[in-house]
Design a protein around this ligand. Structure first.
Ligand code: SAH
Length: 241
């Protein structure tokens, strides 16, 4: 059976069974526009913090979309640290794509990384944070994910290496080793910019014992390496004994 579409709860909303929720204007437009929903249609309302409420639209006009809550669930918070992706900030459209796909493949945290050869500076990245967080919330609906992906403020490569517990870091590297040699403890993945990591950053990874993971025979774009590597680590963690 076709599952009802997901929509976002307004910020701070506390749905109750039998109560009604008026959607924010952007969500209302999404509901009546692309989703073509009408009064009576079932929907799921989510907040990215575990709330998953079944609801039925009571009103679906251009000016107001209101839903009556029929069921209420709190999805348990995912256990463990999950997988963190530190990706060197790539150009706008590619980065938007990375954010969206990171939510879909199930990354827990995304760190916009400012490395020595990253084109965008920390200020540029800072300015784009809200935009990325919005994309991440929209992606959550599409893939029906109860808990949102966290996006941290931009951090330098050195900072990320510094704060990663020993043995847990893995750097995507064309010249690295194949996946079978990766220990189960690796859950922070770093992906470099178009120009690669600088020699001093490479040294930092080496000194701190980061594993080097090769993701295939060809040189990938940073955004491809980010999603291929991220999906690999998530799937591996999910099926860990
Ligand atoms: N200019 C660099 C390529 C950088 S590609 C060069 O010519 O070698 C951007 C980033 O993607 C790299 O820093 C690396 O982290 C990742 N990457 C690219 N291809 C990869 C591969 N085959 N395996 C693992 N990581 C890869």
């Amino acid at each position: 059976m076709k599952q009802p579409p997901w929509l976002l709860l307004p910020e701070g909303a506390r749905p109750e069974i039998g109560g009604t929720v008026a959607l924010d204007p952007a969500e209302a437009r999404h509901a009546t526009g692309p989703l073509r929903l009408r009064a009576g249609d079932p929907v799921v309302l989510a907040d990215g913090a575990g709330t998953v409420a079944g609801a039925r639209l009571r009103e679906a006009s251009k000016v107001r979309v209101e839903a009556e809550v029929t069921s209420l669930d709190l999805a348990p918070q995912p256990e463990g640290p999950g997988v963190t992706l530190a990706v060197s900030v790539v150009e706008n459209r590619a980065m938007d794509w990375v954010v969206q796909k990171s939510v879909e493949v199930g990354l827990r945290t995304l760190i916009p990384m400012v490395s020595e050869r990253t084109q965008a500076g920390p200020r540029d990245a800072e300015r784009r944070l809200d935009h990325w967080r919005r994309i991440a919330m929209q992606a959550l609906k599409q893939c029906r994910r109860p808990w949102a992906m966290a996006i941290s403020g931009p951090l330098t490569t050195a900072c990320i290496v510094e704060q990663t517990p020993p043995g847990c870091g893995v750097v995507a590297d064309h010249g690295g080793e194949d996946a079978t040699s990766l220990p189960a403890s690796a859950w922070v993945l770093a992906v470099g910019p178009e120009g690669g990591f600088s020699p001093s950053e490479d040294r930092l990874f080496l000194d701190r014992g980061w594993h080097r993971l090769c993701l295939g025979p060809h040189v990938l774009r940073a955004e491809t390496a980010a999603i291929v590597g991220g999906a690999f680590l998530v799937s591996r963690l999910q099926h860990a004994p």
